[in-house]
Design a binder for this molecule. Structure first.
Ligand code: AHR
Length: 655
């Protein structure tokens, strides 16, 4: 890490920073370009247990026994053992979406001799006093069975319970019961204990906390959604990421299998289950309880534009690289057309009707669609062209996002960037997972991009500090370098019209990829320093970029200072963002031109730490968090001190 510090210091070699005049001139009356409402958004993928075991609040893992190992996550206890007491049954080929259920044969008079315990996703987060909603699909085969539902703490002590007596029904029915927990536990579990004599079939065994987002039954973890809502994202890109592509085409993400009744959403292995040999997650599957309807609903809840990314007929080129022959691509095109109908179509249409049945008769106002994720090469171009033709013919109103591959430079990138621009593609999706130095030294990346034609979607980026891993990778150096780089995105808002950090969520006990924007355990949540950078950009977006210059030049790294400025037309505020990547404080004089006057006070928000290794943790979640102070303004000049290693946002009203 010391090397990183020296790296930063090297940026300033030969400069006596305090001696130089640091007047930043902000020309309020010289608008450069509008900043799109979509400028700062969110990238969502079910990676690092971000969806199942994360934002999707289901606490039971493998609730429907569909994992490759049907009893993974479950422990059967029985005294004395009777063979066949718990049998996994197959429904047969007739129902491939939900092939398995459990048949329980109970043969005891006293409670406690046969039980099934679910371990949850790295345990279950249980909160004292909170209501828990248990549900199960069941049918009675013979006799009568009573079910005790018990929450256990890490010591296997009961911390909440209820009991239910399923009716003697022969058709699959739903049974529900709610009860409160008496203790908080991060690593809880749920035990089902059977009593009586009889045979009962069980499926979709489920437990949700009562405090889901908007209190929706079967909904999302409210604290995780709230973190997103707080960012006021302009869009949400979903469902990924590599899971869109799949290891092979059979494992690609298919949105139609993620909508409709839960028990009919066909489980799929998550590619992050096995992708990294050093971070295996054999229990990682996609139940699709969080499916396309829920993604759209989330967007609508928090005012973000939905940005679904669909498979383009190509599996991950790092894995199988399987492609669908061009003369067989029609089903993939149909998926895209049907998705537009699902999102926007009248409720009399097939897919619009399903949306209404799921609870949202109003359209979701889909305006953008991604064709492929990180695909590249002539094969991608061939397939993109077919999509573009078909989609633009029927839906010219939908903007299409094309992939530029995995890297922001090199032959692959150049081929796609050139060809896609020639096709007048609406947006080109650029990805960069690079070390901090890349971010500090690419501030000018977009300065010379064409102003007309295709726009840029910086769809996945994160600064990767070398020689770190896991949660410590989400450190202040990474965030500071991103803050500097993003000045170049905002300054070029004419070109870059959407940007999102990736990946979004990671579970401390279940991550595969780091760094990540937000870290969680089963009970708590921590925004990384990068989260605060993204949020500060997003909530201080402004509506128009304006010039901010030093010696008539953009501020792109001299004295390790980086700056951008905007106005917010609605609130009549000037918003200045400054990054100081040196360890010491620097004094800057802000001079405002093209205005009548400034308000008497402004707000200076600072994200700062002297330690570039610093991270936010469960124990200290706000170690690096923004602090706002009021500043007094007199006249049209304002001197401002920017601390060492700091990201500063200054808002001042003007007339
Ligand atoms: O964000 C993690 C992964 O990085 C995404 O799934 C993929 O698109 C990229 O390679």
């Amino acid at each position: 890490m010391r090397r990183n510090i020296f790296l930063l210091l090297a940026l300033a070699i030969g400069m006596n920073t305090q001696a130089q005049d640091k007047t930043f001139v902000i020309s309020v009356n010289k608008p450069i370009a509008p900043i799109q409402p979509t400028m700062w958004g969110v990238f969502f993928e079910d990676i690092n247990f971000g969806a199942d075991g994360g934002i999707y609040a289901e606490l039971v893992k493998n609730r429907s026994f569909e994992f490759t190992k049907p009893l993974m996550g479950w422990k059967v206890d029985q005294q004395p053992v009777e063979e066949g007491a718990v049998l996994i049954q197959n429904r047969g080929m007739a129902n491939t979406a939900n092939p398995r259920f459990a048949r329980i044969t109970v043969n005891n008079r006293n409670k406690g001799t046969l039980s099934l315990t679910n371990e949850g996703f790295r345990g279950m987060g249980i909160k004292k006093g909170l209501r828990y909603d248990f549900s199960v699909l069941y049918r009675s085969i013979s006799g009568k069975v009573k079910l005790y539902v018990e929450l256990l703490n890490a010591n296997k002590e009961i911390i909440g319970s209820t009991s239910v007596v399923p009716g003697e029904v022969k058709d699959w029915s739903k049974l529900t019961a709610s009860f409160a927990a008496g203790q908080t536990e991060e690593k809880g579990s749920m035990r089902l204990t059977f009593e009586g004599n009889g045979i009962i079939d069980l499926d979709m065994i489920s437990l949700f906390p009562g405090d889901t987002w908007k209190n929706r039954p079967g909904g999302m973890r409210a604290d995780m959604v709230q973190m997103l809502a707080d960012m006021k994202p302009g869009f949400i890109r979903f469902p990924g990421g590599c899971i869109v592509e799949g290891y092979d085409l059979a494992q690609r993400y298919q949105w139609k299998k993620t909508v409709g009744p839960l028990e009919e959403r066909q489980l799929l292995i998550n590619r992050w289950n096995y992708e990294f040999a050093h971070r295996p997650a054999p229990d990682y599957f996609q139940t699709f309880g969080l499916g396309f309807f829920e993604y759209f609903q989330l967007c609508s809840d928090i005012g973000a534009e939905p940005l679904p990314i669909l498979n383009c007929g190509m599996a991950c080129q790092f894995n199988s690289g399987e492609v669908v022959p061009l003369d067989q691509i029609q089903p993939y095109i149909e998926d895209a057309l049907d998705l537009i109908e699902f999102a926007n179509g009248a409720i009399t249409t097939r897919w619009g009707k399903l949306r209404a049945q799921m609870g949202h008769p109003e359209p979701f106002h889909l305006k953008m669609l991604g064709v492929g994720n990180e695909n590249w090469g002539p094969q991608y171009l061939d397939r993109f062209k077919v999509f573009q033709k078909a989609l633009k013919e029927k839906h010219p109103e939908i903007k299409l996002i094309a992939s530029s591959g995995t890297d922001p430079v090199g032959e692959r990138f150049n081929l796609l960037n050139t060809e896609l621009r020639a096709l007048n593609t609406d947006f080109i999706d650029e990805h960069y997972y690079r070390p901090p130095q890349f971010f500090f030294s690419n501030i000018n990346r977009y300065d010379n991009y064409p102003r007309n034609g295709s726009k840029v979607f910086a769809g996945e980026y994160a600064s990767h500090v070398p020689n770190t891993n896991g949660a410590v990778k989400s450190n202040w150096l990474a965030a500071l370098s991103e803050a500097a780089f993003l000045t170049g995105l905002e300054r070029n808002a004419e070109v870059v019209q959407m940007a999102s950090y990736a990946p979004l969520f990671a579970h401390y006990d279940g991550w595969q990829w780091a760094p990540d924007l937000i870290w969680v355990n089963n009970l708590k949540i921590v925004g990384s320093p990068s989260y605060h950078v993204q949020k500060l950009y997003s909530v201080n977006k402004g509506t128009t970029v304006i010039p901010i210059e030093r010696d008539n030049k953009i501020i792109d790294g001299k004295d390790s200072l980086y700056a951008t400025a905007a106005i917010d037309a609605a609130s009549k505020e000037i918003i200045v963002k400054i990054v100081n990547a040196l360890p010491g404080e620097q004094k800057i004089s802000l001079t405002f031109e093209g205005i009548r006057k400034l308000a008497a006070t402004g707000v200076h928000t600072v994200l700062q730490n002297d330690d570039l290794n610093k991270i936010n943790t469960i124990a200290d979640p706000d170690a690096i968090a923004p602090k706002a102070t009021n500043i007094k303004i007199s006249g049209k000049k304002q001197s401002i001190a920017v601390k060492g290693y700091s990201f500063n946002v200054i808002r001042i009203k003007y007339s």
